[in-house]
Write a protein that binds this ligand. Structure first.
Ligand code: ADP
Ligand code: MG
Length: 699
């Protein structure tokens, strides 16, 4: 029998498995096979080494464990209030125990005169120490080795109701490990195991479920995390290599147009970082392989000009280029900005968004199909099938986080003969660990330098009660000719109330500044109206822009120097950072003021404090990752893009780095994993592919 098959065995075959449990494990946890179960890892462990005397227990303790005897018990209350209350004592003192569930069972089985081991969260009620629903078992004597680190498994409410708790899962794991142990095969080559002093797979799986000491637990986790990240990186990097082999790219070797632009029309000197990135892109575009590159750069770092120069490469070599933005406002801004450059070079450029009229579309689409039109700027509208290019050479996607991966792939087909080069840009700095796992199959460039002469934005935190001072400050800046953004939160769940907040805000501001022309911008406005409002602000006709987060992405008004964020506690870190990036774009000193209520949660305090402390997007992204975890940041928790079972991207950066380096080294030597000594890795990669498809079926 092939060893692989053992872990494919259906969970119903596990000794002691009941049909009820089986069906719950399947529906609640998605566990179907021995392999699924053994890889269902605890997410934390409880230290059960300490046994307290009852008199020492206080309600300050997270958890307490003690040995005691039941002095008396009684059933109280009726219906849902029915409960068992018991007094439990050791020689030092007594504690009250309460159960609302399992009353019948406890009435029978909770007996006096027996030592029990209890564990739970102590509370105090009218000065009396209590513990509700403690875990309990009959105390079997001094030898408690298996109690050292008790695994805690992720469980659902439904499982708990059916009495499937961590102890039950640990029991199942114990049964499984008993028969599975000899079937566990090593999944990492000896070379790697030795190099990084990892424990074996057998040892790791055993100790992850039943750690025999703190050190064993540490080693088991380190080993499994390394393995998971190593194969994750290997797969992504291999994908990138295979794609480079499979998909040729148009060779764009002429840079004449670029040189003309650079010498005669560049409005400023490029920063060193911009130059570096342009070189990387140029290398890709003349390599003969399709480019798939992610360009990360903080707000205001100057990604647009890099995109434009890349487009010139495409056009210079007889192909077309497009740039896609997530909103109309941003598409329009790109169009206005790029048109200036395109015009001086005599390059045709057009804009395509949902609001472009049908009769204007016809001509535009015809020009695009004939190749007459060189640059297309637009929104999602570009995805539509009617949009056909003559020869699309480069596609730039701005603010990637607003587009899905599937959409990215769709653009490839906009050129039927040879996939266009793809440049994905994001101003949401992604922590390195996330970028490696999320975009590990892309090549990554970073603009880590702002244009010279920018003054760092000064950020302050003000409570709502200081509004008058804030208004005075606004007045002061307006007098100097500056413009101001005031942003209100707008989230879908409470749209109506938020909208009211926005309107109330607008009114109070117009009362406070009766002479000042105001603009307003929110998602309910028609695109045409939004454009008009935005244009008025750009032309300085309005001085204060009251808006929701629709202005978050990309909008560029260098004269705006104050960003006021109302109810800042309701924004996420990356959103705050994005909003702040709307100012500080000109030569003037800019300010960001975060307005909040007095009552702030610990997380909110941390967010505000981080914003006040630093302008560095990568640093902010790191804090965001620590606060929220990877799934929330990328919005990919559901999509399974980061399907990690044990590694934690917020904490395991070091292991990831080493795993990635190791994967790169192996693939550089042996891109197809054809060497004998890589046989195990090759098999593992194939096995994983199979599992991935199985998972797809289940979910
Ligand atoms: P982002 O990376 O946020 O998209 P933009 O491309 O919108 O940034 O650039 C922000 C502003 O900085 C624009 O007004 C742009 O013209 C200007 N800019 C870009 N690069 C430079 C540079 N090297 N020197 C001076 N200004 C620059
Ligand atoms: Mg931009």
């Amino acid at each position: 029998m092939s060893v692989g098959h053992f872990f494919d065995t259906d969970l119903s075959q596990l000794r002691g498995m009941t049909p009820t449990r089986l069906s719950l494990l399947q529906t609640e946890l998605g566990l179907f096979t021995f392999g699924d179960l053994i890889q269902y890892y605890p997410f934390r462990y409880e230290d059960r080494t300490q046994i307290h005397r009852i008199a020492e227990i206080t309600d300050q303790m997270e958890h307490a464990q003690f040995i005691g005897r039941i002095r008396y018990k009684e059933k109280l209350g009726n219906g849902s209030k029915q409960r068992i209350v018991a007094e439990c004592c050791d020689e030092s003192g007594c504690i009250e125990l309460v159960w609302f569930q399992g009353v019948k069972w406890l009435e029978k089985s909770l007996v006096t005169g027996v030592d029990y081991l209890f564990y739970g969260k102590p509370t105090s009620f009218n000065g009396q120490m209590q513990m509700t629903h403690p875990e309990m078992e009959v105390f079997k004597g001094a030898n408690h080795t298996d109690k050292f680190y008790q695994p805690v498994y992720p469980l659902t409410e439904r499982l708990r109701k059916k009495y499937i708790d961590s102890k039950v899962i640990a029991g199942l794991q114990r049964t499984l490990l008993g028969s599975a142990f000899s079937h566990i095969r090593e999944t990492l080559p000896m070379e790697i195991i030795q190099q990084f002093r990892l424990v074996s797979k057998q040892e790791a799986l055993y100790h992850i479920h039943h750690p025999q000491s703190e050190n064993w637990l540490h080693q088991a986790r380190r080993r499994l995390k390394f393995e998971e990240l190593f194969y994750n990186q290997l797969r992504l990097i291999k994908q990138n290599l295979v794609r480079k082999e499979q998909f040729p790219g148009q060779v764009f070797a002429s840079a004449a147009l670029l040189t003309t632009f650079y010498q005669d029309h560049m409005p400023f000197d490029l920063t060193g970082a911009q130059k570096k990135v342009i070189r990387e892109i140029f290398q890709d575009m003349k390599s003969g392989k399709q480019m798939n590159r992610l360009l990360q750069g903080d707000v205001g770092s100057g990604k647009t000009i890099v995109a434009f120069i890349s487009m010139l490469l495409s056009i210079d070599n007889g192909a077309q280029a497009c740039i896609m933005a997530p909103t109309e406002i941003l598409a329009d801004q790109h169009y206005q900005g790029l048109k200036k450059f395109a015009d001086v070079l005599g390059i045709t450029i057009a804009k395509l968004t949902g609001s472009v009229k049908k009769k204007d579309r016809v001509g535009l689409l015809a020009d695009l199909a004939s190749g007459e039109l060189k640059i297309l700027v637009g929104t999602h509208a570009i995805f539509e099938d009617v949009v056909q290019f003559h020869n699309l050479g480069l596609c730039v996607i701005d603010e990637q986080h607003r587009f899905g991966v599937a959409q990215r792939a769709k653009l490839w087909d906009k050129n039927k003969h040879i996939h266009p080069h793809v440049l994905v840009m994001t101003a949401t700095p992604i922590p390195r660990t996330l970028a490696m796992t999320l975009y590990g199959d892309l090549d990554v460039s970073v603009i880590d330098e702002l244009p010279v002469g920018r003054k760092p934005i000064q950020t302050t935190h003000r409570y709502d009660s200081h509004r008058l001072q804030v208004f005075a400050f606004i007045e002061h800046e307006l007098a100097k000719g500056r413009q101001v953004y005031i942003v209100y939160p707008l989230i879908e769940e409470s749209e109506k109330m938020d909208f009211k907040d926005l309107m109330d805000g607008y009114e109070s501001i117009s009362r406070a500044f009766p002479e000042v022309p105001l603009g307003i911008l929110h998602g309910k406005m028609k695109p045409a109206d939004k454009d008009i409002e935005m244009a008025r602000f750009v032309k300085h006709e309005t001085k204060i822009m009251v808006a929701t987060t629709v202005i978050e992405v990309g909008v560029n008004v260098p004269n705006a120097s104050i960003m006021i964020i109302e109810s800042a506690e309701r924004f996420g870190l990356s959103q705050l950072h994005q909003l702040r990036g709307r100012v500080g774009r000109g030569a003037e000193q800019s300010y960001c003021i975060l307005m909040t209520d007095y009552k702030l949660s610990a997380d909110t305090k941390k967010r505000i404090e981080t914003m006040v402390r630093t302008n560095n997007g990568f640093e902010i992204a790191e804090v965001d990752l620590q606060l929220r975890g990877p799934g929330d940041i990328t919005g990919t928790r559901q999509s399974g893009a980061i399907d990690l079972m044990i590694a934690d991207l917020a904490k395991d950066g070091e292991i990831l780095k080493v795993a990635r380096e190791t994967a790169i080294k192996i693939l550089e030597e042996d891109p197809h994993l054809a060497f004998d000594r890589h046989l195990m890795i090759r098999e593992q990669v194939m096995q994983q592919r199979k599992e991935t498809t199985n998972w797809a079926r289940i979910s």
